[in-house]
Design a protein around this ligand. Sequence first.
Ligand code: SF4
Length: 400
Amino acid sequence: MRSPRRLLWPFCRGMKMNKLVDFTRPFGLYIHVPFCVHKCNYCDFYSEAFNQGRIKYFLQALQRELELYAELLSAKEISTIYIGGGTPSLLKPSQLEGLLELIFNSFSFTGSREITLECNPSSLKKEKIAAFKKAGINRLSLGVQSFNERELKFLGRLHTPTQAIKVLEEVKKYFTNYNLDLIFALPGQSLEEWEESLKKAVSFKPPHLSLYNLQIEEGTVLDALLKEGKIKEVDDRLDAEMYLLARKVLQEKGYRQYEISNFARPGYESKHNLIYWQYQPYLGLGPAAHSFDGKVRFSNYSDLEIYCQRLSRNQLPVAGVTPLSRREQMSEMLFMGLRLIDGVSTGDFKARFGLELKEVYQDELNRLTGLGLVQFDEEQLKLTQKGILLGNEVFMEFLP
Ligand code: SF4
């Protein structure tokens, strides 16, 4: 899940965390494991070079962070666990088992009980897949990205299509619930090449697929190539054609699109990611992780050393805290919820803020309905087919 980690929040420093932040109802738990064997060419997530000694150092600090939050928070119930990164599949199954035990000692686990592990095909072997399942993981999210060798090299991925296929064949033996990530709109990629990768992915009948168009982020290898004029971004028309093709292929194969970039067979929607889109609380642990308690956002230092040092002094590794005004919360609820194909429930909005959606956003709704970008009735506000393609224009309207 990329978007919540990509949002930037202004910081207010030096406030007392336990006065500002609390979780009063079940929340999703996200853990950021900040290690990768190699930095992918498009990636701007926080990670450092893989090293077993540093992993142990990190896990000790993470244990302290879990214990501190277990002391601080009123609600001790978590509904989902998502272990992302970085490359958390670099952890040994015994380390993962230890981590889950620590979580269960600190919090009670209720609700959907979904436990997802992000995996890189290059760090997965048959034995490890079986051991992850035994350790308690019940959902895998596989960063396959493409089944085309040239595209994988371009992205700087370490696996080949053949390795991804072998891993998928093994994953299917142990996991009924798993996701494949694919990236499209790569410089030089044709519509046919995208269709080939997509159809290959679908041939495994994965219960869930996440499809993202390539975003070239500041400071990445691809950004440097773009600035040197060595690559060119795909034009918007081809990008949209690729997206529409994917929607058609997946719909024909029985997938339901439930979010702008996410498709699932019935019952396999990502429970953890739904927490972000439905504007529910989540706690993020590990360097660079972001959290939201329902009213306040806060984020950890994006530096493993600072993160570990603070925890060794029993201090939370929080770099910034942003209390949100009511108007900011309303606006966030809309631009997160509008990513969902079912949109935002007007009843949920009223229950949360005590106001009708149309009272607060009458002008914006008139403008967007007039442009054919949203559909609004007594029960729901959602994007139209045209609005799905122009989502950013809609989201901008609701900025406070
Ligand atoms: S494996 Fe994932 S987190 Fe690590 S560099 Fe590649 S994209 Fe980024």
